[in-house]
Design a protein around this ligand. Structure first.
Ligand code: TYM
Length: 326
């Protein structure tokens, strides 16, 4: 069975973009692969976190995985900092990474801009090498993510090949999996911007823990355009295309089917149906979310850490042998 790895940072509320771009792919793929789903806490601390909030957020992210339908009997769910091999391999990968390759990353440039006053930390710059370590430790074949992680994945692939060339074949070169529609869910109030947890305007995103009626209102208020045609065309009709991508992901109807279904309908009718769909999705999701106690989540994370650690140790033995440090 091939191996799948993915992860989410415990920093702030997850939103519909995270769910559609990443998590919904995971649940669909979990039967086909040996899966590892990580809560990447060492990535979260590349920007300042409050320790109390971080501790809560780690459990909440794992709870989201479970509520979304990840089966802990089949998949490994674990916390990155529980497996110290991630940072160990991250360091090693830093030694084959060029500073210029890291400075080129768009996410780094965006985040560095947010840290104008004191300047970006070294952890922000080295973020992609830790991400590459996450993936390579488990000889991962596929990594399902949203569009914004594709550049990091390209760098991971480059580093994998470089390591294998320098030190002999050690790692599997991973493939990226992104959704055809929904890899980049846009802000509801501005379809030129990505839906993001760091947005200042709560109307721009739907948090997975938003009250269903609040989410309903946000969809009804979402911007559209003036031609009243429900057609998927991200370049010319970004707002409606975004709503179609959300609708398609949550209903399992293809965008084509939706275009036919809403051919003679107005934006108002389309948005009412989508608002109900989103509200129902959240109601059901949140009911499952509330079922998992902290104790239960911790137990699942501990079991996952043991399983991941055993795999990671094996890889590190090979890495050290090939590097000549053992
Ligand atoms: P993070 O925590 O920022 O986001 C988690 C996942 O959600 C996706 N995503 C979106 N997808 C569609 N539309 C959006 N608006 C949207 N916003 C976010 C992201 O693409 C991501 O898949 N670096 C990663 C975490 C990570 C990781 C890894 C992922 C660390 N190590 C190894 C895969 C493999 C991150 O910060 O994701």
């Amino acid at each position: 069975m091939k191996t799948l790895f993915s992860g989410i940072k415990p920093s702030g509320d997850l939103h519909l973009g995270n769910y559609i771009g990443a998590i919904s792919q995971w649940t669909a793929l979990q039967e086909k692969y040996k899966c590892l789903f990580c809560v990447v806490d060492y990535h979260a601390i590349t920007v300042k976190q409050d320790p109390k909030a971080l501790r809560k957020s780690i459990l909440d992210i794992a709870r989201v995985y479970l509520a979304a339908g990840i089966n802990p009997k089949k998949a490994i769910i674990f916390q990155q900092s529980d497996v110290s091999e991630h940072t160990e391999l991250g360091w090693i990968l830093n030694t084959i990474t060029k500073v210029a390759e890291l400075e080129k990353m768009t996410q780094y440039k965006d985040k560095a801009r947010d840290e104008k006053k004191e300047g970006p930390g070294a952890g922000l710059l080295n973020y992609p090498t830790l991400m590459a370590a996450d993936i390579l430790l488990y000889h991962t074949d596929v990594v399902p993510v949203g569009h914004d992680q594709m550049q990091h994945l390209e760098l991971t692939r480059l580093l994998t090949k470089r390591f294998n060339t320098n030190y002999g074949t050690t790692f599997t070169v991973p493939e990226t999996i992104v959704r055809k529609e929904g890899a980049r869910i846009m802000a509801l109030d501005n379809p030129a911007k990505k839906m993001s947890k760091s947005s200042q305007s709560p109307n721009s995103y739907i948090a997975l823990l938003d009250e269903p009626m609040v989410a309903h209102k946000k969809i009804k208020r979402a911007v559209t355009d003036s031609d009243n045609k429900i057609k998927y065309d991200p370049d010319k009709k970004a707002a409606i295309s975004n709503l179609l991508a959300i609708y398609s992901a949550l209903s399992n109807k293809s965008v084509k089917e939706l275009e036919i279904l809403y051919e003679d309908k107005s934006y108002g009718e389309f948005k009412e149906d989508l608002a109900n769909l989103v509200a129902n999705f959240l109601t059901e999701f949140q009911a499952r979310y509330k079922k998992y106690s902290d104790k239960e989540v911790k137990k699942i994370l501990n079991k996952g850490a043991k399983e991941a650690k055993a795999m990671a140790e094996k890889t590190m033995k090979l890495v050290k042998k090939n590097l000549g440090v053992n």
